[in-house]
Design a protein around this ligand. Structure first.
Ligand SMILES: [Zn+2]
Length: 223
């Protein structure tokens, strides 16, 4: 299991704990915040947002990865700023960058800076917090992946080489790879030895429809 997945599982587990009854009312089992009513305490717990990411990430390889992404973001968006791991740990972006990096890892976004640049440009968002919080939205990610298919900016060759067999034999893998923009649909359509049309014909109907939707989107939006 990847480190990011482990951290997410740990967060999930932390929030499985019940709220704690105290003399004054109810308490969050994760951060200790007190509430008069059980309902409000539970609402707080359900948000799963009070855990300090440093308690989960400090001194792990994942933290180093998160820090390297933070440095890239700073270099791109406020190049004059000086950064160190110490300053990052005190920074108000620690949590947002950690969440963003874990999200990108889980969704197999290869170039996180390219993804941020697209949000920056497409959504006209410039503040780091807004960039990062948009970056972890599934709807934004979906739009970005479609954009990658439209401009055909995907390292399809390398992915195809690594996964040729699965792409030919496993319809679910094929369709998910296209949806995740791990491989370009245009590339597949013209790939020798792949036989795109036959493959599409042989797909189960719901898979076929999902691919069709992407093809139509690409045609509509390509100039
Ligand atoms: Zn809490």
């Amino acid at each position: 299991m990847s480190e990011a997945l482990k951290v997410l599982n740990n967060i999930e587990q932390l929030y499985q704990q019940p709220v704690i009854k105290t003399n004054e009312g109810w308490q969050c089992p994760v951060c200790g915040k007190g509430y008069k009513s059980e309902k409000r305490a539970k609402t707080h717990v359900d948000k799963q947002d009070c855990v300090t990411y440093q308690s989960l990430l400090k001194d792990t390889l994942l933290e180093i990865k998160v820090f390297s992404v933070y440095k890239l973001i700073i270099a791109a968006y406020s190049p004059a700023a000086k950064v160190s791991l110490q300053s990052f740990r005190k920074s108000r972006y620690y949590k947002a960058v950690s969440k963003f990096v874990m999200f990108c890892h889980l969704h197999e976004i290869k170039d996180v800076i390219k993804y941020l640049e697209w949000i920056n440009w497409e959504k006209d968002i410039h503040h780091m917090n807004a960039l990062l919080s948009n970056g972890v939205k599934e709807s934004v990610l979906r739009e970005y992946r479609m954009h990658c298919q439209v401009i055909d900016d995907i390292d399809s060759d390398a992915f195809y080489e690594r996964n040729e067999k699965a792409l030919k034999q496993d319809p679910q893998f094929l369709v998910r790879s296209i949806e995740k923009a791990l491989i370009s649909i245009t590339y597949l359509a013209y790939k020798e030895n792949f036989n795109f049309e036959n493959t599409m014909e042989s797909l189960p109907i719901d898979y076929k429809n999902r691919v069709k939707e992407i093809i139509e989107y690409v045609i509509r939006n390509r100039q």
